[in-house]
Design a protein around this ligand. Sequence first.
Ligand code: SF4
Length: 463
Amino acid sequence: MSVCNSVKIDQQSSELHFLRQTPKQWRESPEKPIVYAPKEETIFLSGGLTLLQDSLIEAALRSLGYHFIALPEPDFDAFRTGKAYGNKAQCNPTYFTVGNLVKYLIDLRDNHGISSEEIVRRYVYITAGGCGPCRFGMYITEYKKALRDAGFEGFRITSFDHEKGIFQGDDIETQLIDYTPSFFIRLIKAVVIGDLLNIAGYRMRPYETTAGATDAALAQCRALLSDAFLEGKSLPLTLLKARKLLNKVPLDRSIKKPKVMVMGEFWASLTEGDGNYGLYRFLESEGAECIPQPVLNRLMLSIWEAKEANEKRRLLPSDQTIDFSYAKTRFLVSLAKKAIEWHVKLYAKLLGIRYHLPDMDKLAELGKKYYTIECNGGEGHLEVAHLIEAVKEKLAHLVISVKPFGCMPSSGVSDGVQSLVTAHFPEANFLAVETSGEGAANFYSRVQMALFKAKEALKEEGA
Ligand code: SF4
């Protein structure tokens, strides 16, 4: 046998060996077809906003006849479950949120006696989807992988995608949710009310004279409003009752506290639990007043991005289709914006809260020197713009950006772009802090150091 032939045979046998070793191609759909429960028996699970918003959304959707359950706040157990069943090298929010769902289903199976088959047949998870500059575009696959490995192959996931709309899921054949105008209006109402009550809570809690009084009042407000959604009672009248409850909380506003704006990756900065080591409660316990980013900010950014993209369509060579589509999108975007503005204005007035939606054009103007505003996905230019706005308008003594471990976009912005911003605005007290789920002591000590500077700045103001 010639040398040439022997090399050829070696190559062929190693290719054959490789093919034999290659694992089976990953498929999201289950191997055996599953007969799912009809719509009336289906139970929807979701979560991921603030606790108040999740429970108001639960009531709002139940009032439309859906069996809807808001999952509990993801904790360290959820994180560990996510790590055990998820792919390696995922970002922190992926582990927490995927693990939270898997943990919940395991609990149903192991502690409540519902078989895996019954869980897969009846339950559906609703999540947010998105484009793929990061792992967000792969969330559904990640959920499916972890669920399959935990014994729930075929579990259905459906998602809202801010760019593509509603994705029912490849394995969801029937329309499980009627995405009607009343569905979206109730969702908006729940999100707006949740945001406003959260804002009220953050403004009141640091100044309460009786510990726990604000939380107790908020719990009563939540019960009243959930009841109003479920029973179809007047929301404006219920908000007036909520206002009375909040007004009863004794406050001492003579105490001055440093203001801390919290922003960063959407989920990591929004969650109120272990996902960011309970950052908000920690800051309050250390004597600060928190300024969170309401969910509405992210919603307004999506609307602003849709408007901008639509305006750019005009630059394309025009034909009838494009002109019609342009006008339709323009109308829908402006309708969505007006609906949110109207609800925010009315509900804030009824609750007695001073609050204005962010001016998205102004924020784009502030951010565009440092961040390409055409670059969509995640929080876009918002983080950069918020920091500049906070410094220029003296909105906060400290700005914290929560940066999940393993998140490349977040590192690019919070560590990369923001370094240039802080170089141009040296007066900024800015801290980008990582949440790995495993380094609480380091996290708290970095926050404490930045907060010390904020307290010094407050003293210099003569407080
Ligand atoms: S932005 Fe970062 S943390 Fe958030 S989903 Fe994407 S990769 Fe994960």
